[in-house]
Structures are given as C-alpha cells and as structure tokens.
Ligand binder design. Structure first.
Ligand SMILES: Cc1ncc(COP(=O)(O)O)c(C=O)c1O
Length: 376
C-alpha cells in the first residue's frame, strides 16, 4: 500500500507532469516572472469557470480577504461578523484593519454560519458579513443575502475551502460558491482543492467599481505607474503559480469528483454508527470535500488520532481552538461570549485524509482502523 497522507500532491503532480513541466519551463524561458501572460490567462479562465465578471489574482487567500475588506471603506471600530469556527485568516484580517470581529455561531450540521444567530448579533456598527464555506460545504447564502439586504451590509464570501462548489438558490438558480456575495475570496495554498505549487489567492466580484479598486489596492494603490491614489499593498500571484493553476483548473471538476468518491466510501463505512456523524450535505450545496470531517460522540479523540498515527494514518483537528478563544482577540473579550455550538464542535471534530489520489486499498485501511479503535 502507498503511504497515506492528508493530501498526496506528488502523485497528483505525476499525472499531469508533462503539461506542468512544459508550462513552468515556458515561464522560465519567457522570464516574465511578475505579471506574465499566464496570470491574465488564469484570471480570465477562472472567471469563465466561476461565471463571474472579475477575478483579481493576488499573493494568498489571507491577502485576498484583506484587500476585499480594504475596498469596502470600513472605518476603525466598524463591526464585521464572521464565524468563530473557521481558519484564523478569516478573522485575523478584520482585527489587522482595526475593525471589530463579531463572532457568530455555526449550524451544527453544516458547520457554516447560522443565519438566525447572525441576525441577533447585528448592531448599528455592523458593516459586513463574512460567511465561510467551511470544509467545502456552502454557507446558507439565500438567508445570509436576505439579512444583508435588510440591514444594508456587505457580504464577502471566504471561499478558500470550497472553490468549484455549486450553490443552488431556492429559486433553482445554480451558482458557484464565492460568486453570490458582493465579493468572494479564495486561496491556492497547495493543499486546497485548486492548489498551486506555492502560495496564491484571488478575489472575485461582479461589481466593476469594487474590481477596479481592489486591483489598485493589490498594486500599491496605483492605477497608473508611480501615481498612488490610496494606501494599498503588494500582492501578486506569481507567473509560475498562474501557469500551474491554469493547468490544474482544467482538472478541478475531476479533482472534486475524486474527493466526493472518497467521501462516499467513508460515508458507507461510517453511516449509522452510533458514535460517528458523517458530514452533512444540504440540498442547496454540492459538498466539494476540502476536508472530510467526522463528529465523534463518546470517543477519545486524541486516542483515535494517536492510534491512527501509529498505523501510518494522519488525521487532523480543524481547528483545535475557535476564534473567539484565541489569545489574539483577548482585548475584544470574545472568550466570554457563549458559543456552545462552536465549542461543542471544536471538541468533537476530526478530519481524515482526503485527496484526489486515494485508492480503495488506502480507504479500506483507514476505515478499518477507525472502526477498530472506536468499536474496541
Ligand atoms: C477558510 C480559509 N480562509 C483563508 C485562508 C487563507 O489562505 P492562505 O493560506 O492562502 O493565506 C485559508 C487557508 O488556509 C482558509 O482555509
């Protein structure tokens, strides 16, 4: 059996090696390392794939969130609502921009923002909502957009974990996650569903003014060279990464299908087990399984993690400390806010290996060992 990894990028690379090598050598030969043609090609290919007007490539998913938030003209002290149950990047940029993160509960089934809880934390200082499509499952965008409209709030979707996912609105319209709010952001971190061979990120919008502004912000606040109209930053997607991503984008749907097949295999093994809840897929969301995350009840999670590691199976806790309990937010006093669902989930989730290259032998070995430990 091949060694089991959370993500097998080497095997995946070998399947597209000739295409990738040719594209990378093409960049080396052109020596257009910054803003070379593959960057513009990738932006237009991704916007066609997502069905969105503008894609602005940038250096990573954290910058994408920061640039998007800078473009919304928020003022220090303005409140931005986001789940506590997410990767720290989502919430960190809010504080970095001297805005106030307001944590909201998630739904215990989808792990995404709970719209009922969302409406309760809105105050006159609230300016934006940042739903996260966690683990590859979409947040309930119909409800979130309706609340945003009612209170005139901006919506930025953190789509780092769900690129390629479909969201089906109540009216039957199917759209890609990240294209429903005012702005969507993503990460091309190597392990992401669409991952480069280094860092990368992008911002999406249908709004021409926001797009122009975000392009400027990502480029030192300039639209004309050496004329800087606003304070920005330097955030570019490397040409080399764009060349790789252009190739991998062609395979994204196939990669998602491969992840979904692994998830189906896991589901079959774990479904109906009294101590295991398998990932939930709402009818409105195509789960793209960036992570395959189980909820355990009455299981020693650390014990399982160690038992699996002993048998060469990695497993991860995403995330062991929720945002509202992070030291970096101590001055906001967020740890005192009751977040029972988030705390409950934090204590019970465990993510198993899932990637495009997993074979049945590996899958069977993982499910056998998980059940062996849980049933002992
Ligand atoms: C939900 C979420 N948001 C933001 C990011 C930040 O992306 P990056 O690591 O490219 O900065 C990540 C990726 O790690 C993420 O999972």
């Amino acid at each position: 059996m091949r060694p089991i990894q959370m993500v097998d990028l080497k095997q995946q690379y070998h399947k597209i090696k000739s295409e990738v090598d040719e594209a990378v050598i093409g960049v080396l030969e052109s020596s257009a390392f910054i803003n070379g043609k593959p960057v513009q090609d990738f932006a237009s290919n991704l916007s066609a794939y997502l069905g969105i007007k503008h894609v602005i490539p940038c250096a990573n998913g954290t910058d994408a969130l920061q640039i998007a938030m800078m473009a919304l003209d928020l003022q220090p002290g303005d409140e931005v609502i986001t789940p506590s149950f997410t990767y720290i990047a989502t919430t960190e940029v809010i504080a970095l921009l001297r805005l106030t993160p307001v944590f909201v509960e998630v739904d215990p089934k989808t792990f995404c923002m709970d719209p009922i809880a969302l409406e309760k934390v809105i105050t006159p200082k609230t300016k934006a909502i940042v739903p996260v499509h966690l683990y590859g499952h979409a947040a309930p965008m119909d409800e979130i957009m309706a609340i945003a409209k009612k209170y005139k709030l901006a919506v930025m979707e953190d789509n780092a974990q769900a690129i390629g996912g479909d969201y089906i609105s109540a009216d039957g319209v199917k759209r890609k996650t990240g294209t429903i709010g005012d702005i969507g952001t993503t990460s091309f971190f190597p392990s992401k569903n669409l991952g480069g061979y280094g860092d990368g990120g992008a911002i999406f919008t249908n709004n021409d003014d926001l797009a122009a502004k975000m392009k400027m912000i990502a480029n030192h606040g300039q639209s004309k060279r050496y004329y800087h109209d606003m304070v920005g930053c330097n955030s570019r997607l490397d040409t080399l990464q764009a060349a790789v991503l252009n190739i991998k984008l062609k395979y994204l749907d196939k990669y998602i299908a491969a992840r979904q097949a692994v998830a189906t295999g896991y589901d079959k093994a774990f479904n109906n087990h009294p101590k295991i809840t398998v990932p939930f897929s709402a009818a409105y969301s195509s789960h793209v399984f960036h992570q395959y995350t189980l909820l355990l009840e009455g299981v020693n999670r650390n014990g399982l993690n160690e038992f699996l590691a002993k048998h060469g199976i990695p497993s991860m806790i995403y995330y062991p400390v929720p945002g509202h309990r992070q030291k970096m937010f101590e001055h906001f006093n967020t740890a005192s806010i009751p977040m029972p669902v988030t705390d409950w989930l934090t204590e019970r989730v465990i993510s198993l290996p899932i990637h495009t290259e997993m074979d049945n032998e590996q899958l069977n070995f993982i499910t056998t060992k998980v059940l062996e430990y849980i049933n002992q």
